[in-house]
Design a protein around this ligand. Sequence first.
Ligand SMILES: Nc1ncnc2c1ncn2[C@@H]1O[C@H](COP(=O)(O)OP(=O)(O)OP(=O)(O)O)[C@@H](O)[C@H]1O
Length: 251
Amino acid sequence: MSEKILQIENLTVSFDGFKAINDLNFDLDAGELRVVIGPNGAGKTTFLDTITGKVQPTVGTVYFQGRNTKGLKEHQIARLGVGRKFQTPRVYLNLTPRENLELSCTRDKNIWNAIVGKTPAAERRTVSGLLETIGLDLKADIKAALLSHGEKQRLEIGMLVAQSPDLLLVDEPVAGLTDEETEKVGDLLLALAESHSIIVIEHDMEFVRQIARKVTVLHQGSVLCEGSMDEVQNDPRVIEVYLGQQEDHAA
Ligand SMILES: Nc1ncnc2c1ncn2[C@@H]1O[C@H](COP(=O)(O)OP(=O)(O)OP(=O)(O)O)[C@@H](O)[C@H]1O
């Protein structure tokens, strides 16, 4: 599959003259899992914000499935098939994982119908499958408030998938998780990568090593380099950027 799901050309995003993204070029094949890393302030969040329409390009173009997204609002881009998972879980704590997933599947988002069980049979089958995929089938009917942080992260990833996006944007999914929970989130993303295009932003290098096929390194709003984990780790420019950052912290 070499069809591009996302193409970003000569993108610059300026905030009061400061270029958070600076002439960035990036593309993603349909079906690809890409990890984006970079030191603090490299522009990773702004990069995602521009894809989702939260931020508009100052210069340059974002094409999603060949369509220029300029001027589209966040909800319009979401409807085109871009789903975003934020860093902190946003699940309904008083509902069960099953109910949370049912709500996400419900096209018209009619909360009442989902709660009182008026969920169509096809949707219930999807929810059961999703509960298994995210490893919460045994905890499907307890309140989400009782789930661990890692389980909540997996639930929210499931809720995103329930909306059938073509592109999943996942922002630091393992921040604050135990090693075991981190590995489970990694396994989940690898399983989802078999049928979705995914961009993951992450700081945790162990996790990046677990899931990464191709890695993009951002620095000062531009792509510094791209390649396999081994290639980027041994790239002198990447070493310099990360070592420089460690020295800044030590100072
Ligand atoms: N709304 C804004 N107004 C002004 N400057 C901003 C705004 N948003 C981001 N920036 C600046 O743009 C740069 C890139 O920020 P961004 O949050 O995209 O980086 P990041 O790579 O996600 O960083 P981190 O890893 O720390 O989250 C930073 O210097 C930040 O201060």
